[in-house]
Every structure is written in structure tokens, then in C-alpha cells.
Design a protein around this ligand. Sequence first.
Ligand SMILES: [Zn+2]
Length: 284
Amino acid sequence: MAVLVLKVDIDTFRGMKEGVPRILEVLDKRSLPASFFVSFGPDRSGLAVLQLLRPRFMMKMFRTDAVSMYGLKTALYGTILPAPVIGAGFPDMVRSLNDLGHEVACHAWDHRVWQDWLFLMGQKSIHSWFEKMIDSYKSITGRKPAGFGAPGWRMDRRALKTAGEYGFDYLSCTRAREPFIFEENDLVEIPSNLPCIEEAGVNGVVKALESRAQSLVPQVLPVHTEVEGGFYCKSFEQILDKAQSSGYIVKRLVDVAFSIDKSSLLKRTLKQGLIPGRAFKCSM
Ligand SMILES: [Zn+2]
């Protein structure tokens, strides 16, 4: 029987406020645990408009109908509407995830800036981005985070080096096929290796789950609270029912990280690659 992890990313204010309660309801109905990767800082989704200068992004906007998926308000945050704060603005909600037995991990300070402009950020900005995220995590939960998953699966060597300075127990920053150890910082990487709804559609996700139901490699499904906790909530239920009927055992990412035999893992450097349904290259 294969292991399945639900890696639930909280990327936006709406995803926090409206998406998280709906996801929790769906999980609670099935008594399933999940790993919530929280963006703590400002929701500057509106900055995505700058991405219109990049043709691949425009193609993706049209293909996925991003405005109807994320909502017009979200599409304007950080531009003509002020940027609301995500995780740091909902401390009780973040703590309640923990109290319910889910994992709370670090996803971002400013998600949009990292996802779109990491390559333009200097070492100092990368460092202060991590500082703000981790301070926020600690002040809300009272402990240090075990895991970090990079926004948009964007990482580079400098970011890996910085992540290595914060004592994380594991990373989940890539779309590789199976876990490995980063040569850059000696940390174990447990990748999101299943496609998400935005990339493969609901049927594509279900098919991937079916085909890997006997896999010995832990399967990590990327979930986004504004998507599966919004328009695609029913589809998310369908996906979870499929996973359960296929015999998957659902675990939190931190538990997989602590139980994995690190001596059996390949050690290698970060790679980049395009995966189907994504506008930009992801870390691999
Ligand atoms: Zn994200």
C-alpha cells in the first residue's frame, strides 16, 4: 500500500479565510491528516499582473481562467487594493490546524515576490524573507518549523544555502519523482510528485493516483486552498475518495520525513525542468 501526503499550500488571503475551513471540513469528514504550508506575509497576488510582460504567463492565465479560479479581488491585491496579511493575520486559525493534528509548515513570507522574482532577489532579501517567515511561524506556534516548501517550487542555490541555515528537518521544494538529499545543504527533499488539478485536471489526478497505488515511493499531492477549498471542493472530495478506495495510507509530510531511511537516498544537486501544465520551470 502506498503512502499519500496531502501538501496543502495556503498562498492567498482568500485561500486562508475561505479555503482552509472548507478543506478542514472535507478532511474531518474522512479523518485524514494533512500538511499545511502557510504563507505568513502579505498577499500581493495582484503583482502577478507584472507577469503579463512574460508571454508564457499570459498563456497560462488564458488557459486556466485564473481570474475566475482565484477571484477578481485576489487578482488586484498589492496593486490598487492593499495587500492583506495571510497566516500572520490568522494566528488562531494557524494554531487550530496544529490542534486538529495537522502539520503546520513554512511556505512563504511574500509568496508572489518569491514565485515570480526570486532570480532578482539578492542574498540579503532572501535572508530577510526567511527571517520574517520563521519569526512569524515561531511567534504563532511557539516552536520552530520542521519543514519548508518553496512558493511555486522555485529554488536556486542561494535559497538552498539560506534554507540550510535555519535547521529545517526536511524540504519539499521540488517536483522531482522521488525523495533525495540536496548536495547544497544536506537536507532531505520530499518532492510533490503527483500532478495538481490546475496541471492535469481532476481526471489526470485520479489517473495518476490509480497508477501509483502500489508505489514504494511516498506520493505527495499538491493542493491549493483557494482551488480545492473553493471552486474545486467537490472534485477534491472525489480525489480523496479515490485515494482511500485505492488503499493509500494518508500521512503528514513531517512523519514521512522522519521515517524515511536517509541512507538509501541519492545525494544530488538541484535541477530545473518544465513539467506539463506549468508556465515556468520548476525545481526538480
Ligand atoms: Zn504556493
